[in-house]
Design a protein. Structure first.
Length: 178
């Protein structure tokens, strides 16, 4: 992976210890329990301000395996459920989405790190999330190549929206780096 012209951030968001532990566990598995480092960076892209995402370069100590980690805080369902009629500007419960990309910008791992709502939690299942990995080179279309989940409409659409943005951001950044 080339070193694109990203600006390193001097701060990291303060994720809870529970979230940090889950991130570490997923990265440790990806790097086969080798020591690794993660450095935050900011993306200079007009799309990046539409997503509540935090970007990191991650590589093992030997510098033989590299990845881009993105932690996104996305909108989920709210009290009353996903199928309840919502008004413009209403607040939603949020969830943490973990995505990991290889040197080629391909999505290699995706997980929901924390989903607090009582409704829409089905999006956390590995069987549902893997369809994004399998369709990474395609446009995500609700109900066509991405399964709808009854009772989780907002969470599903939020996940599709966020991953579609990330797909464009990651591809744009890798293209600019080459």
């Amino acid at each position: 992976m080339a070193n694109p012209s990203f600006e390193l951030e001097s701060f990291e968001p303060n994720f809870s210890k529970r979230i940090e532990k889950r991130i570490y566990k997923k990265l440790s598995k990806y790097f086969k329990h080798e020591e690794f480092y993660k450095k935050p960076f900011s993306v200079h892209d007009s799309l990046s301000n539409k997503s509540n995402s935090y970007f990191y370069f991650v590589e093992n100590k030997k510098q033989t395996k590299k990845a881009i980690l993105v932690i996104t805080i996305a909108n989920g369902c709210r009290v009353g459920g996903c199928d309840v009629e919502h008004q413009e500007g209403e607040e939603f419960e949020q969830f943490y989405l973990y995505t990991l990309y290889n040197d080629y910008g391909e999505l290699v791992d995706i997980r929901i790190l924390d989903y607090q709502s009582e409704h829409g939690y089905q999006i956390s299942s590995a069987w549902w999330l893997k369809q994004f990995v399998n369709n990474w080179d395609k446009k995500f279309i609700y109900g066509k190549n991405i399964d709808a989940i009854s009772g989780a409409t907002i969470s599903v659409k939020s996940t599709i929206r966020e991953l579609s943005l990330l797909q464009k951001i990651i591809n744009n950044q890798l293209y600019q780096a080459n």
